[in-house]
Design a protein around this ligand. Structure first.
Ligand code: ADP
Ligand code: ZN
Length: 554
């Protein structure tokens, strides 16, 4: 597909320079364009910032007819259309929250023989809900003017992905209705199961797949313990490493965003917050200030980011645990698009896991969407989706708990990619620690912890289990007479942190699980540890050993 002998090659080269102002193509751009212009269905996995837009905008410009683009966010669409109009490429969009007369005008233009639009952007719910739109597309198709269908952020089709949107599932109808029109599906995040899902749900035929490494060599990853003085830590991290640089701090809740922004302002940073509760004009204002470097730091929920095109973001900080490795990778991907060295720091503690898990089960987490008119309640957070979300979250916990393996390696493995050396040199916290390891057999500790969870009738928290195991005589232990249990103090000889490492491993590997509940009327959350019998059985009957690596100080 990299051949320079296609009939359109000359045109491609010329227009890439003159219209789009690029000196050359980036990896896979030419290949993707050749494949889609040859009429094939194409699936593209390209990291954020890789240049996906060009792969359909350039063909749209040089091919006759109209390119239909399905994109999840109105703000993202508007951004694209603004860029296109700067390049003098006429494009329009239709969304549900647009005046009807305005929509009609665009639809009328589509019927013209000399329609001036080259691209038409729509949100997925528009496809699902608007018969009028479908009729107009049918009309274009019958006149052989529907040149290409582009599905942006295609991973939203899949329930296995981190950002499932029900309206995306209906997009299969496009291939049914317009079988002759090539489909181009684009995403920056997809594991192989997500990819299968997307290909199937969209009904892609003999699809050609392009995938590119997800490794971002210029990003440096680290996980820091999140303590009570997390905000002071963030302040000094920024002052020491990124004074006056531009960055994003991802927070879990709207309130967190505001608190973090407030604190950073007090510390002298130019910070602002951004979340779904802020009204649209204020959000647009903040985003604009940020693009102009009037504000350096945005404290935001994951709602902020899709379609953010700022090249010089020098750091992405996660103030809380992200929901999934895919989401984390994508959020970090907003740093360093200009290929300069940038930092990704995640502040982690185990209690955030319980908090996020609870929010997931309540469907209370902000999606990275709100401008599209997409309603959160329609994202049924039940059954398979909740299970997938919980599993995705556990993989994230396991990533954070791991203080041995290369972070880059751990992320790439998740995307089914091999990372040959297994170590990145010194560009992640685990690789840059000078450390050696011992591998310890922790089977006995593991069995005792499972046993202890059962002894306290699966009604106590992880913290309490560990207190008892280490032999604490605190009031709560005494009150429940857990000091008289046979396993009270069984782990008192262990090094600090060892038992908790094992217990968390048992949770991330599903021998134990956290049963999270709302504990009081004020909405505070508590959690008790329970045993997953189907998995724990093998462990307790001696059929399984548990080995963990521990760093030894040098
Ligand atoms: P993605 O959608 O994959 O995250 P974009 O399409 O938004 O990435 O492109 C990211 C940035 O890279 C944009 O600023 C775009 O103008 C720029 N870009 C894309 N292709 C090229 C190219 N061939 N040469 C130079 N810059 C490019
Ligand atoms: Zn590493």
């Amino acid at each position: 597909w990299s051949s320079l002998d296609f009939p359109w090659t000359k045109k491609l080269e010329a227009n890439n320079k003159t219209i789009f102002g690029n000196r050359s193509f980036r990896p896979n751009q030419r290949e993707v364009i050749n494949a889609t212009m040859s009429g094939h269905d194409v699936f593209v996995l390209m990291p954020t910032g890789g240049g996906k837009s060009l792969t359909y905008q350039l063909p749209a410009y040089i091919c006759p007819g109209i390119t239909l683009v399905i994109s999840p966010l109105v703000s993202l669409i508007q951004d694209q259309i603004m860029h296109l109009s700067q390049a003098n490429i006429p494009a329009a969009y239709l969304s549900a929250n647009m005046e009807w007369t305005e929509q009609q005008e665009i639809l009328r233009e589509l019927c013209l023989d000399n329609c001036r639009y080259k691209l038409l952007y729509v949100t997925p719910e528009k496809v699902a809900k608007s018969d009028v739109l479908l009729r107009h597309l049918e009309n274009l198709y019958s006149r052989q003017l529907l040149a290409r269908i582009v599905i942006d952020e295609a991973h939203c089709v899949s329930q296995w992905g981190h950002d499932f949107r029900p309206d995306y599932q209906g997009l299969g109808i496009l291939k049914q209705k317009f079988p002759e029109t090539p489909v181009l599906a684009l995403t920056a995040t997809a594991t192989s199961s997500v990819k299968e899902d997307v290909v199937q749900a969209l009904g892609l035929v003999d699809c050609i797949i392009f995938r590119q490494s997800f490794n971002r060599p210029n990003l440096q990853y680290s996980v820091m313990p999140k303590t009570k003085k997390c905000l002071e830590d963030i302040d000094s991290f920024i002052k020491n490493h990124h004074r006056d640089d531009c960055g994003i701090i991802y927070c879990l809740s709207k309130m967190d965003c505001e608190k973090v922004a407030e604190k950073l302002k007090e510390c002298g940073h130019k910070a602002a917050f951004y979340h779904g509760g802020v009204d649209p004009s204020e959000r647009a204002y903040v985003q604009e200030q940020w693009s102009k470097d009037e504000i350096n730091i945005i404290c935001a929920t994951v709602a902020f980011g899709m379609g953010i095109n700022k090249p010089d973001v020098r750091f992405v900080i996660h103030h809380s645990l992200p929901k999934s490795i895919e989401g984390y990778h994508q959020e970090c991907g907003r740093a360093g698009r200009d290929s300069q060295l940038s930092s990704c720091v995640l502040y982690y503690n185990y209690s955030d896991y319980i908090r996020v898990k609870h929010m997931l089960s309540q469907g209370a987490l902000e999606q990275n969407s709100f401008a599209s008119g997409y309603s959160r309640s329609s994202n049924t957070n039940h059954g398979r989706t909740l299970e997938t979300n919980t599993e995705n979250l556990l993989r994230m916990v396991s990533y954070c708990e791991n203080d041995v393996d290369c972070r880059r390696f751990l992320q790439l493995v998740h995307f089914g990619e091999k990372f040959d050396s297994g170590s990145c040199g010194k560009t992640c916290d685990n690789c840059s620690k000078v450390q050696s390891f011992v591998e310890k057999d922790c089977t006995l500790i593991a069995k005792q912890l499972v046993e202890l969870v059962k002894l306290v009738r699966q009604q106590f928290s992880a913290t309490h289990i560990l207190e008892v195991y280490r032999g604490s005589l605190n009031q709560f232990v005494k009150k429940h007479r857990h000091d008289s249990l046979s396993l009270h103090g069984a782990g008192k000889h262990l090094a600090k942190g060892e038992a908790s490492r094992v217990l968390r491993h048992l949770v991330t590997e599903d021998f134990l699980f956290e049963d999270v509940k709302k504990s009081d009327a004020y909405g505070s959350v508590s959690s008790v540890v329970k045993v997953k019998e189907s998995k724990a059985y093998n462990l307790c009957t001696g059929g399984q050993t548990i080995k963990l690596r521990f760093p030894t100080s040098t």
